[in-house]
Design a protein around this ligand. Structure first.
Ligand SMILES: [Zn+2]
Length: 219
């Protein structure tokens, strides 16, 4: 499977982490619609990640799909299908990161807080350092917030072994969802490659997550 652009971007990341500027922010003039590097990135929306900078991507190089957690949601799948089949990308890069906010709550806790449970309100207030104000209404949407599996930790807690493990679980779940989707070919002549990484917000470095492997335990 062709993977050459992903490897080049990983080399760019090493230069970025060592303090070099690898992204040129100047408008390049007219460009084709298809991403020049044939790459699609799915990354967390965290303010500390600048995907173009950390991969040394230029304007026109890649599709960048972002949401809370860099989770492979229905909408991320929709984007990846369009990216590959209509706009000729064939290398998928998934990026989670250390200190992610998705490690610090559960879907049930956030829903209970939004619906008015005082205990949940207090816990969420303590976790975020911001007064959590309930909306006192229930809603069927969003059906899921996709908080990461595993024991809760404080918001923005420094990375340790357990955090790395929890992040790795979710990167593997994301890889699995992409690789097993019937409309995203990862074998055969039209295959895309899929690789997953944890970005360290303190050092600027990407670490690859092995796949397959554990995807989490309950509790
Ligand atoms: Zn995040």
């Amino acid at each position: 499977m062709a993977n050459v652009n992903t490897d080049t971007l990983l080399e760019n990341n090493k230069r970025y982490a060592s303090g070099e500027q690898v992204h040129n922010p100047v408008h390049p003039g007219e460009q084709p619609i298809n991403p020049a590097k044939h790459v699609a990135v799915v990354a967390c929306m965290d303010a500390r990640l600048d995907v173009e900078d950390l991969l040394g991507l230029e304007t026109g190089d890649a599709h960048i799909i972002r949401n809370a957690g860099g989770v492979i949601t229905d909408d991320a799948i929709r984007c990846l299908i369009i990216s590959h089949h209509l706009l000729n990308t064939n290398e998928i890069i998934l990026i989670h990161h250390t200190r992610c906010g998705m490690l610090a709550f559960t879907d049930d806790l956030l829903k209970a807080g939004l619906e008015g449970d005082p205990a949940a309100e207090e816990l969420l207030g303590q976790a975020t350092g911001r007064k959590f104000t309930s909306c006192n209404h229930s809603s069927s949407t969003p059906a899921q917030f996709h908080a990461f599996r595993g024991p809760l930790e404080a918001l923005d807690a420094p990375c340790n072994e357990q955090q790395t493990e929890r992040l790795s679980w979710d990167v593997r779940r994301s890889i699995s969802r992409v690789m097993n989707h019937p409309w995203i070919p990862t074998e055969g002549p039209d295959a895309s490659t899929v690789r997953g990484f944890i970005y360290d917000v303190d050092t600027g470095k990407l670490e690859e997550v092995s796949y397959p492997g554990p995807m989490g335990t309950f509790g």
